[in-house]
Design a protein around this ligand. Structure first.
Ligand code: S3P
Length: 456
């Protein structure tokens, strides 16, 4: 286990391009594997999670040629991926084919949608200790409804066994707004016997829908809220039509907003900071943290917004240090900021008043139980924070003492500790800093670039 110490100070100043988006990289590899012919993926995230996806599609028969590091996207690689076709995933010959997903929950939950609709083959998806605690009944249930042959440990946990079967188009109503579950069903829907509809309780990130549309699939989405001014449930209904084959064009992966968010939040809370985070994905179904920062009074905005090939909007995120006021994050804002809620807790430590997050019980099913790990971690650094069943409440005091935080093998907790250290009075020692490599292997180097020093 590696230990690293951060702060107090220095300020984050300057411009950088965060690493490529993890969610979009996973999807690019999986959809390219499902397609016909070769697809160029530019700026594929070179990190532990997304390496697991390349190994998985290779095991399934796809050809992955690594051309070299991306010149445009630091932390990314250029790939040429040759697909096996929608119905051509390699299964085990006799024995089931093992797929090691490592720590990648997105791979674990999305890939089975494709495998479930294969004419033959059996796969066993399994991963590390933390993946074994992550529920898969949320995908096993809908897939079984569609006629898939799936089973898992204690009806809930990995390993997940998937056998190819013919799929029916059965409408699905999701209990939780989960892009992973939605994406799994969308992929299964491509192989079903008619159009499949999914109703999610609130919009979750729509990267899969955008990429499928770019590949020629008919995917429609409609918000069911009929009386906008009067509130009402924010459900979204998505429909996907089956296809004979997928033709993906070249994909350019934007920088990861979830990685950029560490620096944007760091800039908001460390005196003297002023950063620009280039080419960052700002898809509105993902960018809730930007609205939260604004509401808290942070000096944060987006410059030179434009559309990237593949239908994802990108821009430069700007953030500066300033006074913050407390806020509440509830309901439909939770899924669009789900991975940044730990950072909202940190912002709350420096905001005037009580910052409250509710409706976020999903945080308990991430790489760690992120309600417990964030609350215990920040409390250990001197924060006035308490856990709730479905979130947390933090009272800001404009200061954080500092101390030691254990990353608990959770990449976002490791990086949270580092940023907390910069804003703290005594600095923070992060135990298990290597966890950051799951999504952001260059995190410490980039942080040094912005702090302009070896002062960390
Ligand atoms: C992801 C969706 C989210 C998010 C995860 C990545 C994705 O999970 O927390 O880090 O790529 O679809 P859920 O869909 O389970 O909320």
């Amino acid at each position: 286990m590696s230990t690293a110490t951060f702060g107090p100070g220095p300020a984050l100043v300057g411009r950088l391009r965060p690493p490529p988006d993890k969610s979009i990289s996973h999807r690019a590899a999986i959809l390219a594997a499902m397609g016909e012919g070769s697809v160029r993926v530019s700026g594929y995230l070179d990190a532990d999670d997304t390496r697991s996806t390349l190994a998985a599609i290779t095991a399934l028969g796809a050809g992955v040629q690594e051309i070299g590091p991306s010149e445009e996207m630091p932390g990314g690689i250029e790939l040429e991926i040759r697909g096996v076709g929608l119905r051509g995933a390699r299964g085990g010959s006799g024995e089931p084919l093992p797929i090691d997903v490592g720590n990648a929950g997105t791979l674990l939950r999305i890939l089975p949608g494709w495998l479930a609709g294969q004419a033959e083959g059996t796969w066993v998806l399994d991963g590390d200790e933390s993946i074994r605690r992550r529920p898969v009944d949320r995908i096993a249930g809908p897939l079984a409804d569609m006629g898939a042959d799936v089973s898992c440990r204690e009806d809930r946990l990995p390993p997940l066994v998937v056998r190819g079967a013919s799929l029916r188009a059965v409408p699905q109503t999701l209990d939780v707004a989960s892009a992973q579950v939605k994406s799994c069903i969308l992929l299964a829907g491509l192989l079903a016997d008619g159009p499949t509809t999914i109703v999610e309780p609130a919009p979750s990130r729509d990267h899969t829908e955008r990429m499928l549309r770019a590949a020629g699939v008919k995917v429609t989405a409609r918000d069911l809220r009929t009386l906008p001014g009067l509130g009402g449930p924010p459900e979204r209904r998505i429909e996907v039509e089956p296809v004979a084959r997928l033709h993906l064009g070249a994909i350019q992966v934007p920088a990861d907003l979830s990685s950029a968010a560490f620096f944007a939040v760091g800039a908001a809370i460390v005196a003297g900071s002023d950063v620009r985070l280039e080419r960052t994905g700002i898809n509105p179904t993902r960018a809730g943290i930007l609205g939260i920062l604004n509401r808290m009074g942070a000096a944060s905005w987006v410059e030179d917004e434009r559309a990237a090939p593949g239908g994802e909007p990108v821009g430069t995120i700007a953030a500066r240090h300033g006074a913050l006021t407390a806020t509440r994050v509830t309901g439909a804002e939770v899924p669009i900021a789900i991975d940044e809620l730990p950072l909202v807790a940190l912002l709350g430590c420096f905001a005037d008043g009580e910052t409250v997050v509710t409706g976020a019980e999903e945080l308990r099913h991430k790489e760690s139980d992120r309600i417990a790990s964030v609350v215990d971690g920040l409390a250990g650094l001197g924060a006035e924070i308490e856990a709730r069943e479905d979130g947390f409440a933090v009272t800001g005091s404009a200061r954080l003492r500092g101390g030691i935080i254990d990353a608990q093998d959770d990449h976002r907790l490791a990086m949270l500790g580092a940023i907390a250290g910069l804003a703290s009075e005594e600095g923070v020692e992060v135990h298990g800093m290597e966890a950051a490599a799951i999504s952001y292997p260059g995190f410490e180097r980039d942080l040094r670039t912005l702090t302009g020093s070896g002062l960390l």
